[in-house]
Design a protein around this ligand. Structure first.
Ligand SMILES: [Zn+2]
Length: 67
């Protein structure tokens, strides 16, 4: 059974398999309940990156549901 990786509730970064804490935001909540997988290559040119406040390229979730 495939399990969703965690995504960071703060910066929306999708974490690697088995990782349950964001290295950029150690105090942020993570959640496996997220939607909208996006890969951001050029944050400075990306509208989605601006919306998510993303400053680094990487894989992100559009929406992260944290409790
Ligand atoms: Zn984060």
């Amino acid at each position: 059974m495939a399990k969703n990786p965690f995504a960071c509730g703060e910066c929306h970064l999708v974490l690697a398999d088995g990782v349950d804490q964001c290295s950029r935001c150690p105090s942020a909540q993570v959640s496996s309940d997220w939607q909208g997988y996006v890969i951001i290559m050029n944050p400075e040119r990306s509208e989605i990156a601006k919306r998510l406040n993303v400053e680094h390229s990487g894989k992100y979730a559009l929406k992260v549901n944290t409790r």
